[in-house]
Write a new protein. Sequence first.
Length: 274
Amino acid sequence: MSKENDYRKYLTQYNLNPHKIRTQPPPPDDILRLLGPYERQAVWNIQYLSRPDIIFLNDVANAIIRKHNIGRDHGIEHAHNVAYFAGIIIRQMRITHQIDWSDEQSKLAVITAFLHDCVDEKFGAEVNISTLKQAIQNKFGFGDREVKLFEHTVTNMSYSKRRKNRSSGRPEFGTTDNTEVQYCQIVSDADLLDAYNPERANVYQQGVFGKIDEPPEVINYLVYSWNRTILEKRVMMYLEHFICTDAARQIALPLHDALADYVQHFQDYDLMDY
Ligand SMILES: [Fe+2]
């Protein structure tokens, strides 16, 4: 869907008239500081991957991201962050014996986390999946079972797929196989952890609303109000309803509290007022 269509959809959905939206002053500096920089995690600290592994995965992901002109909100920083979080979660779960994976199994999950968004409708999923399966098989020597795990995970771990499965009464991750569920849980948790980031959400909303033909104060209002609404109504629900592993929950707790402060600062930016 085009950005223009997204915009029209929001206007209709919330009965918004851009010319009647009250104009808000730009957010003060202290609130802007709360956004923080959207920094990638220290990429060389991703667990279970060597430097050559990371360089290879970086080249693969970057090629796909550039080809499909994907914004920073789902760009290489997100790939790094999700792989980083997946590595931390797995290491913690191995220490506490919640999983008994080998280094190779752990490595496969981290690679899957790195590439999880490269197999998505926005990236031309059908084309990518066979290319990516081939690439990881050739590069890392994974067998058929591993490649199948990769494919199942990237096509079933997303928040939207989980919600769809829940509402239709299917298994949440499309499977009852224990290992497949564990892979999905860990990669999904890592993905959700990167959503506790107002600046990333802001980058996304700027992409949606930034180029529409409306006065800056209207765009500003739409960006911040939609951003606040998504963070409050969706991301703030992750901890209670979507995060699966104890390890991810520990990481999410302080992020959740920081996000609650952020949402509070933006309480005047409320789409539901209109
Ligand atoms: Fe993602």
